[in-house]
Design a binder for this molecule. Structure first.
Ligand SMILES: Nc1ncnc2c1ncn2[C@@H]1O[C@H](COP(=O)(O)OP(=O)(O)O)[C@@H](O)[C@H]1O
Ligand SMILES: [Mg+2]
Length: 239
């Protein structure tokens, strides 16, 4: 088991303005699993990822990731989780405009404490892994959306992190690029040398159905979902 979340609760605000977002989430992620997390807009998907990723403290419950128990500790206490265990991928890539693909990846490793030479070598390997060997010297504006997202994926995997948290990673991509990202996720999860797992938020039931498993966040809890209920949940809400 790579990730175990037990009884996780999180509310925002207080008094009559209190909003209970997570009401006892239980979920696990095995090593090598690609799990799609679905749920209506505002159901708490990003909140769940933020707590698992050590960006936000939970109110109640427990989290264990790759041998590290960090329960409800706030961001200041889980620096190691953010630096070593979890990689992030976002809808809008979050690349640095003025830096080449290579420097975007290497810079992130240097910020996490790696020496420049090793960071560059790792960045090259990661960019090769995502199929961008011939684009390393390009800056983001010279790359397509799908290529930019692959740079972001290279950045997320370059530090040998065990868990990738992907918050609507295909939200800004055309269908073909989104399908490529999903195939890349699957091959990363299947790579025994990496031993990594991916938790991916998506609104696209078609993509979600290609994951190993689907979870639905509903009424503050996660439930296993199949493709039929995934299609049914879409009430037309948009982000
Ligand atoms: N920092 C915050 N302060 C107050 N409310 C928040 C905060 N973050 C999220 N929320 C609220 O919590 C709910 C869940 O948000 P979020 O996790 O972003 O949902 P999702 O990612 O599923 O769309 C929403 O109603 C949102 O407005
Ligand atoms: Mg969200």
């Amino acid at each position: 088991m790579l990730l175990e979340v037990h009884g996780l609760r999180k509310s925002f605000g207080s008094g009559s303005r209190r909003l209970d977002v997570l009401k006892g989430v239980d979920m696990t992620l095995d090593q090598g699993e690609l799990v799609a997390l679905m749920g209506p807009s505002g159901s708490g998907k990003s909140t769940l990822l933020n707590i698992v990723g050590g960006l936000l403290a939970g109110d109640e419950g427990a989290i264990a990731l790759d041998g590290r128990d960090y329960g409800l500790k706030g961001p200041a206490s889980v620096v190691d989780v953010r630096r070593e265990k979890v990689g992030w991928i976002f809808q809008d890539f979050h690349l640095i405009d003025g830096l080449t693909a290579l420097d975007n990846v290497a810079f992130a490793l240097e910020v996490a404490g790696m020496g420049g030479k090793e960071a560059e070598q790792r960045a090259v390997e990661a960019l090769e892994r995502v199929g961008l060997a011939d684009r390393m010297g390009h800056v983001p504006e010279q790359l397509s959306g799908g290529q930019q997202q692959r740079v972001a994926i290279a950045r997320a995997i370059a530090g040998d992190r065990r868990l990738l948290l992907a918050d609507e990673p295909t939200g800004n991509l055309d269908l073909a690029s989104a399908a490529e990202v999903l195939e890349l996720f699957k091959s990363l999860c299947a790579d025994p040398k990496r031993g990594m797992s991916i938790l991916m938020v998506t609104h696209d039931p078609d993509l979600a159905s290609k994951a190993d498993r689907m979870l639905l966040l509903r009424d503050g809890q996660t439930v296993a979902s199949d493709i039929r209920s995934a299609w049914g949940l879409d009430g037309g809400e948009e982000e």
